[in-house]
Design a protein around this ligand. Sequence first.
Ligand SMILES: Cc1cc2nc3c(=O)[nH]c(=O)nc-3n(C[C@H](O)[C@H](O)[C@H](O)COP(=O)(O)OP(=O)(O)OC[C@H]3O[C@@H](n4cnc5c(N)ncnc54)[C@H](O)[C@@H]3O)c2cc1C
Length: 398
Amino acid sequence: MQHRIVVLGAGYTGAIAAGRLARRLRREDVAVTLVNAEPDFVERVRMHQLAVGQDLKPRPFDEMFAGAGVELRLAEVTGVDVDRRTVAVVGANGAEELAYDTLLYALGSGWDTQGVPGTAEHAHEIASRPGALRLRERLARLDAGQSVVVVGGGLTGLEAATEIAEARPDLDVALAARGDLGDWLSPKGREHLRKVFGRLGITVHERTAVTGVEAGRVATADGRAIPAAVTVWTTGFAVHPIAKATALKVTDAGQIVVDGSMRSVSHPDVYAVGDAAMVMGPGDKPLRMSCASGTPTAWQAADAIAARLTGGKLPNTPIRYFNQCISLGRKEGLIQYVTADDRAVQAVLTGRLAAVYKELICKGAAWGVANPTLGLPVRRRRVTRERATAGPAVKAPA
Ligand SMILES: Cc1cc2nc3c(=O)[nH]c(=O)nc-3n(C[C@H](O)[C@H](O)[C@H](O)COP(=O)(O)OP(=O)(O)OC[C@H]3O[C@@H](n4cnc5c(N)ncnc54)[C@H](O)[C@@H]3O)c2cc1C
């Protein structure tokens, strides 16, 4: 009997974990099934580029996984029953159930409207490819001088505002941020950001909470109305509601609570990675939703499952941050170096070199999906255990 590993979601983390598992375990012992709604890999970190009209390299999964030992099931996941160990999916054959021995949940996240009135109806999002394509179509129809307001001063908002302003210098682009522009960055980082925003002619509304979105404008907490022919909403990500509807232990926001080996603290047959997981990082702080920390969670989960199924040694690598890589259009960038727990230090890299660095990071992230063992030699090990549940919860290494 093969051990059935079902991986839900083929974003950065699910695709890496599935590919890595298939390379770590003997093919005759395991069946690795990867369930995803779309047939190709979406480079989510480039959705702001897609939105302004750039074309991304197609990355079909059947090419990425050729000969890897991963079976791709094109289907939408509609539910998980962790007691019966089944997943409900809807695909080309209609509604079906997939049974698993080990489940790896990696459904990622979407945009977070935070319940602000009018956002779902009137704002655009770039957390997904369909959203980015809708924005692309809308931006293409805007005439010179029309206004675009990006709401959210985090990493995605900075990247979106600069990308739009650079691609469409004829538009009137603004950014609304709750705090000051880049207020978590080092003084040098903030200064560089202001310089680039100024050069691109982006108006910055600092200490501005947007409380409503209407057709043609956004309303702010201090009673202003900012004209917005297009509103782009980037105030963070929200996980899909599927995990919250299960018996799994989840946070209030719906992320699956896992231990240091990415195993659910309530259901040891289930692992979760990436945006969908609540993982404690250095300094006992939850990891933020990002590729930067999601990718190592995928390595950790795959290696932990493989170790538990083969009686091998559990991985124990701390997951830490090194830098925040921010694109500011295609010609400019900002690399902010950070501590292990993601706090800015003095050092930054700016300018064209930073733009090249960021481009290499994005290319490297996609390369890592197709090369989940990072080119290291592969030794497929024999499965000797029936379940990947052995041993107590593992504390995340500091
Ligand atoms: C514009 C933008 C820029 C970003 N830039 C950076 C950056 O520079 N650095 C960084 O570290 N992070 C960045 N991020 C964040 C990063 O993209 C996410 O943290 C990362 O994609 C999370 O990976 P994941 O595998 O958990 O989820 P995802 O990449 O979201 O993948 C989830 C997968 O599951 C599939 N799926 C979802 N629901 C279902 C369902 N019901 N049925 C079937 N399939 C489903 C999706 O189609 C997708 O393939 C950026 C995000 C955005 C939107």
